[in-house]
Design a protein around this ligand. Structure first.
Ligand code: GCW
Length: 659
């Protein structure tokens, strides 16, 4: 039965056998073997059976063709027909085995999406260097903010047992170009750096290596105290630096191509250099020195906010990091969240993008839907990724977040995109079929941040279901508006962080009694009798001053602030006139309603697809859509009831009809 295990790697049409497929690989490396095996899994080549040649640019026959391969770099590929000794051959090539592997997956994608076998001309090079999943997996198997079962890593049976599922995980990632994985939670335990866990990580690295995937670990900054028995973890203490160097050398003895460390420091209770009155650069550079001789890197997170700091939480990362621009070692990349607060259904882009020209910045997206309805709500995140990546920083002409991330603005070569994984041990990996699309879209957009959300959704739908417009069109139509629907029924018009406390599931805009003020939803929406929204202009927290002067000028005025971000930047009167002519209050009510209505329309579209989709995947999705509709209504009704208790206004006529 279809249970979603195969993800988008379904090679089912045409349903013939692949016995006639001729594949020749030049060289016998694990990566070329993986490429050949992948092609052999498919049924695509039976009828015409061209010879497929997997070979790198250094192969004598390939070199003789004098193809312009240099520009492909060390991960790009070229797939197309060539004539070799009078024989028409489908050549899959690149400068490295990894290029050939990515080319093999591109070939499969071409055929899975209905491309013809006769005309093939696929060339691509990734625009971003580090395309990395962040697993928030704890060593006890619990995944923080994970909604797809326990951790995929079975620490109990590693390193001896290498579950074949680890290989399937690597295949799925390689198919979308992901080339790194951080195995453990950023809320890290020092134990992950002990010898037994290094051996377990090494076993996973062995499985992933042929697929071009490097392993990284989250490092707990206080590990020298906890594991090394030192009195301090002060990054400027020579003993501390020596401990990290020795630890790093130990890791590289087991994992020669270890990628490096990811660090969450001085945030939400995690230890860090600030505990010793050192800067984040001091901390990052100390670790960077330890991994540098091995070619490793440090991904240092900018997600910081301190308990003692009364500053607007949205400002704290910039306040702390902007002055450190130019102070980081060359193998450090600062990892900046999507959103100055925290992965909300919609946040304006983070003000650090464009503000630290001397420092490579990678973006961190959350693929798991902590704030967007967990596993059950259907929310395709492609449009959210694209919206952020396409945001104009207005620092230099034409500068977008994507161009900061891909290094083109400041000519950085260390570039990256991280995605907090939504993967667990569920049969379907991600908790639902449509959640798989978010994993897929993350990988594809990390490879090329300029790919649009819709083309990526089309690929995914064709591969996941079937390449028929009768299926792809409605599925893509459902997906494309789904994230906006979540924004509408949860956080319309720039609201944020109004979710219930702790787990973040369901509405909680009334919550006001948590011990840290900046955890309370009332801190974010600031609704009162007069109006609603967080004033981030000069009369408020002045967070807008962290953007470029040109953008800050726009955001200073509610009239020139995009309405979708209005309440993020301004405290606005309930009766303010919106572009639609409605009052703010009527607009809000209309948005909540529209979100609920969208879910109802997705259910109708899905119902119509019943005859075209296998029953297991159809039924699970249909059930989840019913849950989503019930909960969208809950969000709307609970939120409106609360706002009405604050503003005393009635529901405007013609809106919020009970569904
Ligand atoms: O989004 C918040 C989450 C925490 C998470 C933290 C972070 C890993 O609620 O669960 O901790 O952000 O990104 O560090």
């Amino acid at each position: 039965a279809e249970d979603g295990y195969d993800l988008w790697l379904r090679y089912r049409t045409p349903a013939t056998t692949s016995s006639a497929l001729k594949i020749e690989a030049r060289g016998d490396t694990p990566t070329l073997r993986a490429a050949g095996e992948e092609l052999r899994r498919s049924n695509f080549f039976a009828t015409k059976a061209p010879t497929i040649l997997l070979a790198t640019a250094t192969d004598r026959d390939v070199a003789a063709l004098r193809l312009p391969l240099a520009a492909l770099g060390d991960e790009g590929y070229r797939v197309g027909y060539v004539t070799l000794g009078n024989r028409r051959t489908l050549l899959v090539t690149g400068n490295t085995d990894r290029g050939v592997l990515y080319g093999s997956f591109a070939l499969l994608r071409h055929l899975q999406t209905g491309g013809s076998l006769d005309r093939i001309d696929l060339t691509s090079t990734p625009r971003v260097k580090l395309r990395v999943l962040n697993h928030w997996d704890n060593l006890d198997g619990v995944v923080e903010r994970g909604y797809a079962g326990a951790s995929l890593w079975d620490w109990w049976t590693l390193p001896d047992f290498r579950d074949p599922r680890y290989t399937d995980y690597a295949r799925a990632n390689a198919s979308i170009g992901i080339n790194g994985t951080v195995l453990n939670n950023v809320n890290a335990k020092a134990d992950s750096l002990t010898a037994p866990y290094i051996a377990k990580a090494a076993a996973l690295a062995d499985v992933f290596r042929p697929y071009g995937i490097k392993v990284y670990l989250s490092a707990r900054f206080s590990a020298p105290i906890e594991l090394g028995g030192l009195k301090t973890a002060d990054p400027l203490d020579p003993q501390v630096a020596a401990w990290w160097k020795a630890k790093t050398d130990e890791i590289y003895r087991s994992i020669p191509d270890f990628g490096g460390f990811l660090v969450k420091a001085n945030s939400e209770g995690q230890p860090g250099p600030r505990d010793y009155h050192r800067t984040h650069a001091d901390g990052a550079n100390m670790l960077a020195a330890a991994v540098a001789p091995h070619g490793g890197i440090v991904m240092w997170r900018a997600f910081v906010y301190a308990e003692t700091d009364p500053e607007d939480r949205a400002k704290q990362a910039y306040t702390e990091f902007k002055p450190l621009d130019g102070k980081f070692a060359s193998n450090v990349i600062v990892q900046v969240k999507n959103g100055a607060i925290d992965f909300q259904p919609r946040e304006p882009f983070h003000p650090l993008f464009g503000a630290m020209p001397k420092t490579p910045l990678m973006i961190e997206f959350q693929i798991t839907k902590e704030y967007l309805g967990f596993a059950t709500h259907l929310a395709y995140l492609g449009p959210m990724f694209a919206e952020t990546l396409g945001s104009e920083t207005m620092q230099t002409p034409g500068e977008t977040v994507a161009k900061v991330v891909d290094g083109s603005v400041e000519h950085h070569t260390l570039t990256g995109m991280a995605g907090v994984a939504n993967i667990g041990r569920d049969r379907d990996w991600a908790g639902s079929t449509f959640n798989q699309a978010n994993w897929y879209a993350f990988g594809r957009m990390a490879w090329d941040p300029t790919l649009g959300a819709a083309p990526v959704a089309r690929e995914w739908a064709a591969m996941t279901f079937a390449p028929s417009p009768k299926i792809v069109d409605p599925v893509v139509a459902m997906m494309m508006g789904s994230r906006e629907a979540v924004v509408d029924y949860m956080t319309p018009l720039g609201l944020a962080h109004v979710m219930a406390t702790g787990h973040h599931y369901g509405p909680g805009p009334w919550v006001a009694n948590l011990k840290r003020p900046e955890w309370n939803p009332v801190y974010y929406h600031r609704a009162d009798k007069a109006g609603i929204g967080f004033d981030r202009t000069k009369t408020g927290s002045d967070a807008i001053a962290q953007y470029s002067p040109a953008l800050a000028r726009q955001l200073a005025n509610p009239a020139t602030t995009p309405e979708r971000e209005l309440l993020w930047f301004h405290h606005v009167a309930w009766d303010r006139r919106m572009a639609s002519g409605r009052t703010l209050w009527a607009e809000m009510v209309g948005d909540y309603d529209q979100g609920v209505g969208y879910v109802a329309s997705m259910r109708r579209q899905w119902d119509a697809l019943k005859p075209s989709i296998d029953s297991a995947r159809w039924t699970k999705t249909a059930t989840y859509l019913a849950v989503q509709q019930r909960e969208a209504q809950w969000w709307r009704d609970a939120s409106l009831a609360y706002w009405m208790s604050v503003n005393g206004l009635p529901i405007p006529a013609g809106t919020a009809a009970p569904a």
